[in-house]
Structure formats: structure tokens, C-alpha cells
Design a protein. Structure first.
Length: 253
């Protein structure tokens, strides 16, 4: 994967058309260009460089965004929700008189690159269709990309080392994915995964937790006890035993 924007990787699937990965305006490149592994989260942040003036939203794009809000306030209103894959085609098909292909592409690109949208994806919210109903989970790699992009933007405004905070967010996302460390890593863009210390630490901790859960599940299966009896026998909380059993069942599924 090249150093195209992080969001282009995810949004190409949202648009369901690889030709629609919108280019960021040159004047906004400093806040959207993908970081290299070496510079994604430096150990000591450099002084914040002066930020270029962002261009005003073009009237045609602003009009499309306002129309999207009018038509679908649950998706484009006060709270942004991840959009289903192929929503671009759905909108064109449903509203041919309201949207042109180019203006809709630009508006959706602006919308899905916004911090509020990325935060919704990073939180693991489900993708939604135009009817407002959830249709599918966001792919783990898209959650990862959104988290990394949000932290990259935050790091450019901060002198603090945000690696620890990023580690915590990534560990939560990896645990929620239901994947083992190797399978999770295999889904990520190599140029963002290699040399990413917070990611490596999160994957290692996830592996340790998974091994501990596997050992607990094996011991439980051999014990012939109920979850409550097993928890009492080993001085554990029953809820932790049930959570480990539930996680194991999800992993097998």
C-alpha cells in the first residue's frame, strides 16, 4: 500500500468503487497524508508546525451535505454513523435528481474524512444503510485505520507522547475484533503496521490474554463444573469465567 491517505483505503470500499477514492485538497495535505511507521507517533513530538488555511467548502459540496442531512438526519445529523459499503451507489440510484456523481463523491469524501465520522468508526459502531438500520460490522482494518488517523491528527497538535493512549485504544479494538494477533496483523496495511510500537505492544498483550483465556477454557472443560463452581474452585469471579467462555465460543464461530 502506498502513502495514499488512510481514509482512501477504507473509503474505497464504502463507495464500493476503487475509482472513487477522493483526493484530499493539496492545502489540507498536512492533516490527511498517511504517516510512515517511523513518524506516525514519534517518541518526542516536534513543535507543532503552522497549519495551512483550509479552503472553504465548495458551494455545490455544501449543498449536497445539507441535502444529505435533510434526507437522512440519523446518518448525517448530530451523530454520524458508519455508512454501509456501497452507499454511494444507493444514493445515486435513490436520488438521481438530487445528486450528481462528482458532487456526491466529493461530499461523501469530506464527510467520511471528518473527525466525527472517524470517531464513530473507531468506536466500532456498526455500518448503517439509508434506512437507518445496522447492516454489518466495520472491518477490523477500517477500525484500525480510523484510530491511527485520529491519533496522527491529535499528535500534530500535541507535544506529549500519545503512544500509551494509542496502545490502549488499539488493544481494545483488537480484543473486540475476535481475531488472534496473527490474523489481525495480516489484515493491516504493512506500511502502517511495521515498526508501529503501540500496535506491536497491543498485539503482544492480546496474545498473552488469549493464551490465558485458552488455558482457562481448557481447565473448565476438564473440570466438569458449572461456571460458578469453577470460579469458586479457583478463586475467580464467575462473570470472568463466563466472559472467557463466551469469547472462546465467538472465536470458534
Amino acid at each position: 500500500m502506498t502513502t495514499a491517505t488512510l481514509c482512501e483505503f477504507a473509503l474505497a470500499e464504502t463507495f464500493d468503487d476503487t475509482s472513487l477514492s477522493a483526493k484530499m485538497p493539496e492545502s489540507d495535505a498536512s492533516s490527511t497524508a498517511a504517516p510512515t511507521p517511523e513518524t506516525s507517533l514519534p517518541e518526542t513530538a516536534a513543535a507543532t508546525p503552522p497549519q495551512p488555511q483550509k479552503p472553504a467548502v465548495q458551494p455545490s459540496v455544501q449543498a449536497v451535505l445539507e441535502k444529505l442531512f435533510e434526507l437522512y438526519p440519523a446518518l448525517f445529523g448530530a451523530h454520524f454513523l458508519p455508512l454501509k459499503l456501497g452507499v454511494f451507489q444507493d444514493l445515486l440510484a435513490k436520488h438521481p435528481a438530487d445528486f450528481s456523481r462528482d458532487s456526491l463523491k466529493a461530499a461523501l469524501g469530506l464527510h467520511t474524512r471528518s473527525a466525527r465520522y472517524l470517531q464513530s468508526v473507531a468506536a466500532g459502531n456498526l455500518r448503517h444503510g439509508l434506512d437507518g438500520k445496522p447492516v454489518e460490522a466495520v472491518a477490523p482494518e477500517h477500525v484500525f485505520l480510523s484510530i491511527v488517523e485520529l491519533f496522527r491528527r491529535k499528535q500534530t497538535r500535541s507535544r506529549a507522547d500519545l503512544g500509551g493512549e494509542l496502545y490502549t485504544r488499539l488493544l481494545t479494538a483488537i480484543e473486540a475484533s475476535g481475531l488472534n494477533a496473527a490474523d489481525y496483523l495480516a489484515r493491516l496495511p504493512a506500511n502502517l503496521a511495521q515498526g508501529n510500537a503501540p500496535l506491536e505492544a497491543a498485539l503482544a498483550e492480546h496474545g498473552r490474554r488469549q493464551a490465558k483465556r485458552d488455558a482457562l477454557v481448557s481447565a473448565f472443560a476438564a473440570s466438569g463444573k458449572t461456571p460458578g463452581e469453577f470460579a469458586d474452585m479457583y478463586g475467580l469471579l464467575e462473570r470472568d469465567v463466563r466472559a472467557a467462555l463466551s469469547a472462546a465460543a465467538v472465536g470458534k464461530g
